[in-house]
Ligand binder design. Sequence first.
Ligand SMILES: Nc1ncnc2c1ncn2[C@@H]1O[C@H](COP(=O)(O)OP(=O)(O)O)[C@@H](O)[C@H]1O
Ligand SMILES: [Mg+2]
Length: 286
Amino acid sequence: MFIGTDRLTHTYMPGTPYAKKALDNVSFEIKQGGFALVIGRSGSGKSTLIQHLNGLLKPTSGRVFFDGHDLGQKGNELLKIRRKIGLVFQMPEELFFSETIFDEIAFAPRNLGLEETEVQTRVIEALEEVGMEAEQFIDRHPFQLSAGQKRMVALAAVLSLRPEVLILDEPTAGLDHSGQKILFKLLASLNKKKNMTFIICTHHLDQVAALADQVLVLQEGRLVMDGFPQKIFGRRSQLIKMGLSPPVTAEIMADLAERGLDVRSDIFNLEDARAEINRLRRHRVK
Ligand SMILES: Nc1ncnc2c1ncn2[C@@H]1O[C@H](COP(=O)(O)OP(=O)(O)O)[C@@H](O)[C@H]1O
Ligand SMILES: [Mg+2]
């Protein structure tokens, strides 16, 4: 198993009147280089799950695995493992605390005890990875940036650790459409070029569904679906019943099918939808 859980259960404030079982017996596996989406209504346990995946939370029962290690193991192994699993929180820029973009990104590599020259290399590399020219940005105050740029700096701050797995909690929250597009394009390229594994909680399925090769659906702390996007997004009515919105393209295809057109129902990205509609048009012209 590359990264995943075995019967993971998490109860907040156990033994108190406020006890809340946020995860209930969750087991799954994500392969190296995979791109997994975690979806579910607000309160379904997404954030709790991903905090377990880099060891920030401890299981009430069950286990979390990464690359052959049990994250619950004693000793300082966990710290080593955690470096390889980068976690970008929801609205990460709210946690900025440095005076310059350089220091913000340098924080984690400095914490590793790396030499300052190595830290500098990492900062510049990370900024370039997110498409920001280092020279232009390193001395600026993080708050002088646009929302989209701040998000990129937050991402660079995690990339500076050169993680193997990148976990992002609602990475597009608060970004406009073009900011979302730029971010997802970047994630797709990191996934392809560096074989970095991605685990993303998101509501913006339209842009990200096409990148994914696995979708996990949480409902009240239970993992109710786990599979290829085609399979999961094909279960439109079940998703809608759970209060989730399938990708808009899936809705359009379903709508066309309802009108009696012979279209595929397993489409959830714009390119496939365009191809399918073109196929229909050619068919009609004949
Ligand atoms: N720190 C916490 N203390 C107590 N309950 C929490 C805490 N964090 C989350 N919860 C509860 O656990 C459940 C799952 O929350 P969360 O993992 O944040 O869901 P999601 O990210 O899907 O919105 C919710 O009922 C939430 O209220
Ligand atoms: Mg959440």
